[in-house]
Design a protein around this ligand. Structure first.
Ligand code: AKB
Length: 323
């Protein structure tokens, strides 16, 4: 049965076919009802159940058309070109990441949208930040065009809040690990791919060195964080740039140690490529005390719990596919 949508919330998710969007949409459908969530992306998704609109967020008019047609009250803007992919064409990445963000903020401002979610990333940090327990207020000197666009975007989020009262909320996502979907174009992608290879009985070639520790988070935690942030009372959101969010930190070697508990013959070789330089600039661990104190964030999944679920779920998935 569809949930009773007491708040009359109608959500538009832009970038709904991505790693996070495809999972978030399901949680939003459960929360607000299938008919109150509009998924959108550049292409339709096979098998998707629910309302779907094709939106290229480069086009302001198209976003506004959908917002007006469905009387949208909240927008989640998840479309962006990530750290590794973004380096292939820096100027195009900048244009796409910034233009789509401005379009969303402007459509929201001009159409009395109640809340906007704008994801940032650990990619905003660079050499100038401490590597361990990186503070929310650490100096931001990102080294990728993706990181630069997110650092700028956070400041624009704050600007729209201070200047126009637009309620934009943001989290600096770590690498997201989930069995439901595949990441694309990021530096943390190895940590999802490695589980797929292990379960398929294949060896894995890792593009980072074995001791490259990065902040990561399990999908269930990150979805819960996003929804909790959006649900928090407005007064408690004191940080209008973006919140640090910590899940779990690990290196390729540590994740392999978990995987070999189930697959003792799993083989990994390390062939660092250009993504190593990106990862080397990022924090190893994150201080998320602002998120904990201001809206009660607390992660639930550590590396061991996350790895067990990844392996179980992917085993089921591949058994079904191969059956
Ligand atoms: C990436 O690796 O680019 C992303 C991120 C950390 O924002 N997963």
């Amino acid at each position: 049965m569809e949930n009773y949508n007491i708040s009359n919330t109608v959500v538009l998710v832009i970038g709904a076919n991505g790693q996070l969007g495809s999972v978030l949409v399901k949680s939003l459908q459960e929360k607000f009802g299938v008919n109150n969530v509009i998924a959108s992306d550049l292409r339709t998704r096979e098998g998707y159940q629910g309302l779907f609109e094709i939106i290229d967020a480069i086009t302001f008019e198209r976003i506004e058309e959908v917002v007006k047609a469905y009387k949208v009250t909240q927008i989640y803007h998840l479309a962006a070109i990530l750290s590794a992919k973004g380096e292939e064409n820096p100027l195009q990445t900048w244009d796409i990441n910034m233009k789509t963000m401005f379009n969303v903020f402007e459509v929201a401002r001009l159409n009395q949208i109640e809340k906007v979610f704008y994801p940032s990333s650990i990619a905003v940090f660079g050499e100038g930040a401490d590597k361990e327990s990186t503070s929310n207020h650490a100096y931001l000197d990102p080294a990728t065009v993706y990181g630069i666009s997110k650092a700028a975007g956070e400041n624009w989020a704050q600007y729209y809040f201070l200047r126009y009262g637009l309620d934009v909320r943001s989290i600096r996502y770590p690498g997201v690990i989930g069995y439901q979907s595949l990441p694309g174009g990021g530096t943390t992608d190895y940590a999802v791919d490695i589980f797929h290879k292990a379960v398929l009985g294949e060896s894995f070639s890792c593009f980072l060195t074995e001791d490259t520790t990065l902040p990561m988070i399990f999908m269930d935690d990150v979805i819960r964080a996003t929804i909790e942030l959006m649900d928090a009372p407005k007064e408690s959101i004191q940080t209008r740039t973006s919140y640090n969010l910590a899940g779990v930190s690990f290196s390729p070697k540590e994740v392999v140690e978990e995987i070999v508990k189930s697959y003792p013959n799993f083989e990994v070789n390390y062939e660092p490529d250009f993504r190593q330089r990106i990862a080397d600039k990022w924090p190893k661990s994150i201080d998320d005390s602002l998120a904990r104190n201001e809206w009660g964030w607390k992660p639930e999944f550590d590396l061991e719990a996350m790895s067990k679920i990844m392996i179980e779920k992917l085993k089921n998935y591949y058994n079904l596919v191969q059956a």
